[in-house]
Design a protein around this ligand. Structure first.
Ligand SMILES: *[C@@H]1O[C@H](CO)[C@@H](O)[C@H](O)[C@H]1NC(C)=O
Ligand SMILES: *[C@@H]1O[C@H](CO)[C@@H](O)[C@H](O)[C@H]1NC(C)=O
Ligand SMILES: *[C@@H]1O[C@H](CO)[C@@H](O)[C@H](O)[C@H]1NC(C)=O
Ligand SMILES: *[C@@H]1O[C@H](CO)[C@@H](O)[C@H](O)[C@H]1NC(C)=O
Ligand SMILES: *[C@@H]1O[C@H](CO)[C@@H](O)[C@H](O)[C@H]1NC(C)=O
Ligand SMILES: *[C@@H]1O[C@H](CO)[C@@H](O)[C@H](O)[C@H]1NC(C)=O
Length: 306
């Protein structure tokens, strides 16, 4: 008797909860569940030290700089920054783990814009692809109806409408054609940043991004941590099967460099079985060049992007 009452009570509660959820798909859910996340490419260790060092020099010349890299925030290259539904974090993690890929980064220009000083990254196909892919994959999890910031409302047309449309659909004004990869070096309301950079000499710098991170966002778009994810490319193996008429099934056909998230052991296993399969397939025929290709690629185990 007690048990029946208990179950009945339970299902009434469930019905009541689902009613609330279904009929409050707007502001109430947003207020409860929104979390700002920055999905970004990380720096390798050398570049990290270099950027932290520049930031330290900048802060000694510009004492009002609010960005303290290496101490309170992490240098990063944002691929996508928006408010997500906190309940979707596990889906975001799952989807991103299958998409991570490294890119070559060329840092080649200091730009002072408003209160920000940024080290611009020369955009390239790999970076644009990564940002587009991350946005396409995860925008289904954003908080809808995000506010349009003032600076966007003040832009001239047609940029204003373009960015407003992007915010409405993707929760960010800086995606797709508006993606401008950079590392933020400073945010300063008082010091003359142009004068600061005249005193510093910052040569161009190149590196390969070692990982994709997902972290909390602080003031001025800083990244506070990588507490939701850090997908390393270190264990990644890049295959060169450009001339292979039958590429292995675990390679994504759209992009030979894009291997879904298999750990190193899985990839080696798949690779070995692929080679065995190939060897038996070709062992009886007279195409030594094909066999040679297989043997050569077997040694291609570096994670650099050519
Ligand atoms: C997000 O969800 C987690 C786990 O449910 C919770 O601990 C955390 O406080 C939430 N964060 C926000 C900003 O709502
Ligand atoms: C980079 O630094 C981290 C932490 O300081 C360390 O664990 C890692 O081994 C370093 N990586 C390389 C390639 O030196
Ligand atoms: C971090 O902050 C502390 C005190 O605020 C300072 O002494 C230290 O030099 C800072 N570290 C870096 C890397 O800037
Ligand atoms: C992202 O989506 C757009 C629009 O659907 C599509 O044109 C584009 O190819 C996609 N890009 C990636 C990298 O997924
Ligand atoms: C900032 O410094 C630059 C370069 O030294 C100078 O040309 C400019 O006039 C300064 N701006 C202000 C507001 O002082
Ligand atoms: C290669 O030859 C062996 C022995 O003659 C045979 O068993 C095998 O099926 C052949 N492989 C192919 C792919 O033809």
């Amino acid at each position: 008797m007690n048990r029946v009452v208990y179950l009945l009570f339970n299902s009434i509660v469930l019905i009541a909860i689902s009613f609330i959820v279904n009929h409050n798909n707007g502001p109430m859910l947003n207020a409860v569940n929104a979390i700002s996340l920055d999905i970004h490419l990380s720096l390798d260790n050398n570049t990290f030290d270099l950027v932290v060092g520049y930031n330290k020099q900048i802060r000694s010349l510009a004492p009002n700089d609010q960005i303290d890299l290496g101490n309170t925030s992490l240098p990063h290259i944002t691929l996508y920054l928006t408010d997500f539904d906190n309940n979707s974090i596990s889906f975001i993690q799952q989807d991103l783990s299958e998409k991570a890929n490294d890119c070559e980064i060329l840092l080649n220009q200091i730009v002072v814009q408003g209160q920000y000083a940024m080290w611009y990254v020369e955009n390239n196909d790999c970076l644009q692809y990564m940002s587009d892919l991350v946005v396409n994959t995860t925008y289904q999890y954003i908080v809808p109806n995000q506010p349009i910031p003032d600076w966007v409302l003040q832009l001239p047309e047609p940029l204003r409408t373009l960015k407003i449309d992007m915010i409405e659909k993707y929760g960010s004004p800086n995606v797709f054609s508006q993606f401008q990869p950079h590392i933020t070096l400073a945010w300063d309301q008082y010091d003359n940043m142009t004068a600061v950079f005249e005193e510093l000499s910052i040569p161009d710098h190149t590196y390969i991004s070692p990982s994709v991170g997902v972290g909390d966002v602080g003031n001025y778009g800083t990244v506070l941590n990588n507490q939701y994810a850090l997908y390393n490319f270190n264990g990644r193996i890049h295959f060169q099967f450009a001339n292979d008429p039958n590429p292995p099934h675990f390679l994504n056909n759209k992009n030979n460099n894009l291997i879904s998230n298999l750990n190193k052991i899985d990839i080696i296993d798949l690779y070995i079985s692929y080679i065995i399969q190939k060897k038996s397939k070709y062992s009886n025929n007279t195409h030594p060049s094909t066999t040679t290709t297989s043997t050569t690629t077997a040694t291609t185990t570096h994670s650099t992007c050519d």
